[in-house]
Design a protein around this ligand. Structure first.
Ligand code: ARG
Length: 462
């Protein structure tokens, strides 16, 4: 029997095909826990406000707790219904008879589903935040251990300036620290109780939404019921933040894929995280990082899907919103999966310090330092930039790195080059010369590492 039908809606008749098409039970049975929790809180409110007699409330409560324990044992079979909310009520009715019908007093599935989703997002976001805190610690520690490893940095995927590997890890850390802040924002957006607004306009019964708010641990009530039943902003924020976390993870992944290739040769994957080829016996593939990048597509798809679902809906509840389910439910496991695998994989990317250093020594990436040295002698930057460009060209013609340029060669370009200026051509000293805030210079990197630890601490305290 389909519970949510009356004579007015055509009686108990419903084509099985229509039920199959409209049902969300296959997805939202994942929200059973949340649904039972919400029902228990709602029931308590109804009982305390004497809307439901105490004895009946006790009986329903025992019924709900029985469902809960069967759920925990994996022994709860739900009847075919439109969704998890109706399935729970139908099962309760099967067991308790008519008194089960008291539970839905002053409640609609519209506020019920909004509650279940907020409870779900709140829990998942908290777990993602904990994962981000652990990742921040890992990156800070990894950075700490690689302060003296120098390697090229890239703009346009062309060698740019020497950096420390610590600085690179701290850069990923800075991205994930922003994600942690954004997850905290998601938690604050989610932290409003939707339950009790009913289908759209509230109720004439003497309910008290504050009771359920307190029981379910929300810090405020949603403001307006008409908005509440059609509001998925908290879910959009959640999906956006998850997608943005994936963007960051994906960029890190691309670096790891590149750096572990023979073309770069900066790092090697430990055998525990490398995959092979079914045909080519020599392969050592970075599938883990490629899949982080690949799953980013799913995360973005979930966000775009929900945006498209909500766009153009009229105010109030619309059944289209049921299509939010897959995107929302998929996102937690997707993000948590990526966070866990990053924590396993990152320590197993072993950088080859000698190859990294050789890449710096054999190139011209300290050219900007050389220009800065001329600037210190009073030469305008644009002129210094041109002079160093010419010197680089001369080195290229001779097939030598910039660090091997002699004073004689430099003087051929301009007499203002001298031994003191050419000291800035030492590529390995380039990192140590950086002094600006946020730079790869050692004292800035030290501060960045400390900040990552602080952000991890803040994330853990949320
Ligand atoms: N299954 C619906 C959903 O998930 C529940 C709300 C249905 N409300 C209604 N008035 N038909 O969105």
């Amino acid at each position: 029997m389909i519970l949510a039908k009356t004579e007015a809606s055509g009686g108990a008749r419903l084509l099985p095909e229509v039920l199959a098409f409209t049902s969300s039970l296959s997805l939202d049975r994942a929200l059973l826990r949340e649904d039972l929790l919400g029902s228990l809180a709602h029931l308590t409110m109804l009982s305390r406000r004497a809307i439901v007699p105490r004895a009946a409330a006790e009986q329903i409560k025992r019924g709900l707790l029985q469902l809960w324990s069967e759920m925990e044992q994996g022994a709860l079979a739900l009847p075919e219904e439109e969704d998890v909310h109706m399935a729970v009520e139908a099962e309760l009715t099967r067991r308790l008879g008519e008194p089960a019908g008291l539970l839905h007093t002053a409640r609609s599935r519209n506020d019920q589903v909004a509650l279940d989703l907020r409870l779900h997002v709140r829990e998942q976001a908290a777990e993602i935040l904990a994962g981000l805190a652990a990742l921040l610690e890992l990156l800070a520690d990894r950075a700490d251990a690689e302060r003296d490893t120098v390697l090229p940095s890239y703009t346009h995927r062309q060698r740019a300036q020497p950096i420390s590997l610590a600085y690179l890890f701290a850069a990923y850390g800075a991205m994930f620290a922003r994600d942690a802040e954004a997850v905290a924002f998601v938690l604050s957006q989610t932290d409003a109780l939707p339950l009790g607004v009913g289908a759209i306009a509230g109720t004439s019964l003497p309910t008290d939404r504050e009771i359920a708010r307190e029981l379910l641990g929300f810090s405020r009530l949603t403001l307006n019921g008409l908005d509440t039943v059609g509001d998925r902003d908290f879910a959009l924020d959640y999906l956006y933040v998850a997608a943005r976390f994936f963007l960051h993870a994906s960029r890190l992944a691309t670096d790891m894929v590149d750096f572990t290739s023979a073309e770069f040769g900066y790092a090697r994957l430990d055998g525990e995280i490398a995959l092979g080829s079914s045909m080519m016996p020599q392969k050592r593939n970075p599938d883990v990082f490629e899949l982080i990048r690949g799953k980013t597509g799913s995360a973005i798809g979930n966000l775009v899907g929900l945006l498209a679902t909500v766009k153009g809906l009229p105010s109030g509840y619309n059944r289209d919103l049921q299509e939010d389910r897959r995107a929302i439910l998929e996102t937690g496991p997707l993000a948590r999966g990526a966070l866990s695998i990053l924590q396993l994989a990152l320590p197993r990317v072993i950088f080859d310090r000698d190859r990294c250093r050789a890449a710096v020594e054999g190139d011209m990436m300290q050219a900007t330092d050389l220009a800065d040295a001329l600037v210190r002698k009073g030469i305008p930057f644009r002129a210094a930039y041109q002079l160093v460009g010419t010197l680089v060209r001369r080195c290229q013609e001779r097939g030598i790195p910039l660090g091997a340029a002699t004073v004689e060669l430099a003087r051929e370009v301009d007499p203002r080059f001298d031994a003191a200026v050419l000291e800035a051509a030492n590529p390995l000293a380039s990192v140590g010369r950086k002094v600006s805030a946020g730079s790869t210079g050692p004292s800035s990197v030290q501060a960045q590492i400390a900040e990552l630890h602080r952000c991890a601490e803040v994330a853990r305290e949320q």
